[in-house]
Design a protein around this ligand. Structure first.
Ligand SMILES: [Fe+2]
Length: 288
């Protein structure tokens, strides 16, 4: 997921933090992955990829195809070469969650931290800490899109400011809803529009991808920056509320308005995960 919600890091993280440099990066040792690790990657990759033609956002599918990473745990160097060509981003290996300030610094420099280890076969459906499947499969394809990539860099810079004024909560909500659980409305130039997913928490979860794009249980609300900055979320259950973008350029445009809203968002009454905000506009799954 990238950021931790607490001040420091949880005490029980499983990555090898002792091997990390001061910026929490470490070398990705391809030789350390076992055949079982690669098999876990292929299982997860095949299962999620099968859902993409019907439920995945176009930009995500295009980015994933260009990364060409279905064969096993991907080599970050090789992926970084493709990312650099596309959007100027690169990947760095980290042992897992890293402190917020370090995370923001990496993003502001167009470096995306990716956890170097993969979950066990018992954790195919759910894992508490983000692993390489979540971080790479979930996050990296969208970084191949220029507008989304610009937003992520801007987010890193905003993070440094939010830390300074104690307004991390509203900024973390923006990350949660638009980077981890974002939806986008596609096909607006045609007769039928439909909702597709791009957020990493959705794309790396079989259950959440179906829930977010097919279930009639969750609310899907048109993206509104001020609403998102005040919206609380559940970290350990399927989301009851998602926000829907018209395009990634709108997300980058919203980023420019964030600094002016952070103080007020920090002090505002939060909206509960299933709660309604004044002015919520529901987006239907399909429109004809
Ligand atoms: Fe994530």
């Amino acid at each position: 997921m990238g950021t931790s919600t607490a001040e420091g890091l949880p005490k029980t993280l499983r990555g090898n933090y002792a091997a990390a440099r001061p910026d929490y990066t470490l070398p990705q040792e391809m030789a350390d992955y076992t055949e079982a690790d690669h098999a876990t990657w292929r299982t997860l990759f095949a299962r999620q990829s099968a859902l993409l033609p019907r439920h995945g956002a176009r930009a995500f599918r295009k980015g994933l195809a260009r990364l060409d990473c279905g064969g096993g745990v991907p080599d970050f160097e090789r992926a970084s070469r493709r990312l650099r060509e596309a959007t100027g981003w690169s990947l760095v290996a980290v042992p897992g969650l890293i402190p917020d300030g370090v995370f923001f610094e990496h993003l502001a420099a167009r470096r995306f931290p990716v956890t170097n280890w993969i979950r066990t076969p018992e954790e195919l459906d759910y894992i508490v800490e983000p692993d390489v499947f979540h971080d790479f499969f979930g996050h990296v394809p969208a970084l191949m899109h220029p507008d989304f990539a610009r937003f992520m860099e801007a987010y890193g810079r905003m993070g440094e400011r939010a830390l300074a004024i104690g307004a991390l909560r509203p900024l973390a909500r923006l990350y949660w809803f638009m980077v981890e659980f974002g939806l986008v409305r596609e096909g607006r130039s045609t007769a039928a529009t439909e909702i597709r997913a791009y957020g990493a928490g959705i794309m790396s979860s079989h259950a959440e991808l179906l829930h977010a794009t097919t279930s009639d249980k969750p609310r899907r609300i048109r993206f509104d920056l001020w609403r998102v900055l005040r919206s609380e979320y559940f970290i350990d259950d399927l989301q009851p509320t998602y926000f829907v973008l018209d395009d990634y350029a709108a997300l980058f445009a919203a980023a420019e308005r964030v600094p002016a809203l952070l103080d007020a968002a920090r002090d505002a009454e939060p909206i509960l995960p299933s709660g309604a905000g004044a002015g919520d506009v529901e987006v239907p799954l399909h429109e004809h």
